[in-house]
Design a protein around this ligand. Structure first.
Ligand SMILES: Cc1ncc(C[n+]2csc(CCOP(=O)(O)OP(=O)(O)O)c2C)c(N)n1
Ligand SMILES: CC(=O)[C@@H](O)[C@H](O)COP(=O)(O)O
Ligand SMILES: [Mg+2]
Length: 640
């Protein structure tokens, strides 16, 4: 517990209304207390820290000036929303953050009326905000719409699509660019350089102060406005945002309530739009350990507030992402054509391991998955071996590019699909549930799923050798099984699975890391005298049809397993067996997938238990299909 400020004003803040009428000094104290609360909460729950600390004053100022929930406040990504949740009546639930049944780590419509739009994937706020603005106009309402978007999120094309549309429309919309000069890693790209120039242009800031004094609430066409336009144009030749039709205000100090509040009050009074306020903030502000950390404590596990030490258990095995990064780096030593592309997630995907050895062939394109995929296609089209490392959930953003620019042209882009399956605390927005279906549907795509880290290493090597078509290999978040990874890696035979246990009655055919649960289920079933085969498909495409037909022919029950939604591996198997008539002789086949619903956050184990994809569920399903065996015994074994 941090040393809390005495006479806590925050105890009396149960909604933004309680901020109204507060003196500036009181608002500053409330901001400090909110900051302390965020640090204290996240030290206990873990989660996203740096970004929330960077928007404490901004959030207090917005809620002091505007009238949520009538005024719509939309956070981009939403990972910075903890101060917002504290100020909007959820303070007493904050210690349930990102836990089963607890608060989401992002804004969420069904969690609060103060969260008008859910987030978690970046760069959606301006599009959504413009939708709210037009809905307001068309229904004759008069509320304000405020979008808070970070400099990292501003590197995604979607933000410009929205500004291009909103800028021409002139509907009233307020965009606050929260510029802390950080993404998860330091920001990349020309946009970041541009913002730095805006922020660092001293003369402009001087002119700005004069102009600011002149801005009156009389609206945009006041003499002050014209003068300010002149000053701005003179100083900076107009800003990118002005050219896009936004009235640009900034850069301003995003931690100074004496600046923020008058400007927000002015903007509120202007009743014109669209307006972009460029607020300069510091990620991790007010917590030294975060401020001094390279990643500004973007995402942290529980930690000691005093020392900043995070309580990370010693890993029992290397994380899958590390195995990917290390394996590819090793391969690249003898293959100068191998290169990596990440969309602003170098540490999360471990392409930063590769980047340390081969900086000239490691690309961080920013939050720009669509560009990442087609950029990789360009690299492949001219002889390189690009590995596009994108979380399953974020690859969804670049799917058309996978189809149109990679698959149709049969370009050998390799997709390292990280965070496959359920990811836990980040919840439904980050689940890697759909890539088996959407990648497996594409003609020519090679689709692999690693059952463990040794398999992953072999799949990286296998993909590196596939030069005539695109390929993809998926693997989960977190640590591996601890299995040894051989020094001498051998490539897999394309389209061939493997049998780990031979039986005659029940066949368990796994795709991905459910294999460990399948092996446990086989033990439970064999304890009842049931003979079980366990096989690892390795490939969803091309499917090992010989293996699938053999399992169907020689067993009474065939169960398929995958960490993915319906319409994936199990469907591919079912379709094939139907096509070859293997279902005609009464085979009892049971595809086991994630349930057809979006699953709320919890621990991954709890989520797979809820999804019905653990050993006991597999064994019970086999007994149900077979029509003989003791399910109660299975449950007893599972509890033992
Ligand atoms: C489409 C998409 N790609 C990647 C991510 C992963 N991600 C989460 S936050 C973040 C950085 C956001 O930077 P910024 O918008 O500047 O916010 P800050 O953390 O600096 O407050 C990234 C890359 C994401 N949420 N959405
Ligand atoms: C907010 C966001 O999208 C990222 O910070 C994400 O939470 C990272 O996920 P991992 O923790 O799995 O890298
Ligand atoms: Mg940022």
């Amino acid at each position: 517990m941090t040393e809390l400020s005495p006479n806590r004003l925050l105890d009396a803040i149960n909604s933004p209304d309680d901020l109204k009428g507060r003196s500036r000094a009181e608002l500053k104290q409330i901001a400090q207390e909110v900051r302390e609360e965020v640090i204290d909460v996240v030290s206990v729950t873990g989660g996203h820290l740096g970004s929330g600390l960077g928007v404490v004053e901004l959030t207090v100022a917005i809620h002091a000036v505007f009238d949520a929930p009538d005024d719509k406040l939309i956070f981009d990504v939403g990972h910075q929303c903890y101060p917002h949740k504290i100020l909007t009546g959820r303070r007493d639930q904050m210690r349930t953050l990102r836990q089963g049944g607890g608060l989401s780590g992002f804004t969420k419509r069904d969690e609060s009326e103060y969260d008008p739009f859910g987030a978690a994937h970046a760069s959606t706020s301006i599009s959504a905000g413009f939708g709210f603005a037009k809905a307001r106009d068309l229904q004759g309402k008069d509320n304000d719409v405020i979008c808070v978007i970070g400099d990292g999120a501003m590197t995604a094309g979607m933000a410009y699509e929205a500004m291009n549309n909103a800028g021409a429309d002139k509907s009233r919309l307020i965009v606050i660019l929260n510029d802390n000069d950080m993404s998860i890693a330091p920001p990349v790209g020309a946009m970041s350089n541009y913002l730095s120039k805006l922020v660092s242009s001293r003369p402009y800031r001087g002119l700005r102060k004069i102009a600011k004094k002149m801005v009156s609430p009389m609206g945009l066409e006041s003499p002050a406005r014209r003068a300010e336009e002149y000053l701005r144009g003179f100083a900076m030749g107009g800003t990118l945002f002005e050219e896009l039709g936004f009235y640009y205000i900034g850069p301003i100090d995003g931690h100074d309530l004496d600046t923020l509040i008058p400007i927000l009050e002015n903007v509120k009074a202007m009743r014109e739009g669209p307006i972009l306020i460029h607020a300069v903030t510091q990620k991790g502000k007010g917590y030294t350990h975060a401020e001094n950390s390279a990643d500004k404590y973007h995402g942290v596990s529980k930690f000691s507030v005093i020392t900043g030490e995070q309580a990370k258990a010693k890993p029992k095995a290397p994380a899958y992402q590390k195995v990917f990064g290390q394996t590819l780096t090793k391969l690249a030593e003898s293959d100068p054509k191998i290169c990596t592309i990440t969309a602003a997630m170098p540490s999360g995907t471990s392409t930063d391991i590769f980047e340390k050895s081969f900086p000239e062939r490691s690309f961080d394109v920013g939050i720009a998955e669509q560009h990442a995929v087609t950029f990789a296609a360009g690299l492949a089209a001219d002889g390189m071996r690009p590995f596009c490392a994108i979380y399953s959930t974020f690859l969804q953003r670049g799917y058309d590019q996978v189809v149109h620019d990679v698959a149709i042209q049969r370009l050998p882009v390799r997709f390292a699909i990280d965070r496959a399956g359920l990811v836990g605390a980040d919840g439904p927005t980050h689940a890697g549930s759909f890539d088996i279906g959407f990648m497996g549907a594409l003609p020519g795509m090679v689709c692999m799923a690693a059952a463990d880290e040794a398999e992953l290493a072999r799949m990286v090597l296998t993909a590196a050798q596939i030069d005539d078509r695109p390929s993809a290999f998926r693997y989960p978040r977190g640590e591996g099984t601890g299995i040894a990874i051989p020094d001498l890696l051998l490539p897999l035979e394309i389209g061939k699975g493997r049998v780990l246990r031979e039986g005659t009655t029940i066949a368990l055919l796994s795709y991905g890391t459910r294999l460990q649960e399948a092996l446990k289920a086989a033990e439970m079933l064999s304890a009842q005298g049931l003979s079980v085969t366990v096989a690892d498909a390795r490939f969803a495409k091309p499917l090992d049809t010989e293996l699938v037909e053999r399992l169907a022919k020689n067993h009474e029950v065939l169960i398929t397993l995958e960490e993915g939604a319906t319409g994936g591996f199990g469907s591919f198997v079912l379709e094939h067996l139907a096509r070859v008539g293997a279902l005609d002789r009464g085979l009892r086949i049971r595809p086991m997938t994630l349930p057809d619903e979006f699953q709320n956050h919890d621990t991954p184990d709890a989520m797979y238990e809820a999804a019905g994809l653990t050993a006991r569920h597999i064994a019970a399903r086999a007994i149900e299909a077979l029509g003989r065996g003791d399910i109660a015994e299975i449950d007893r074994l599972a509890r033992a």
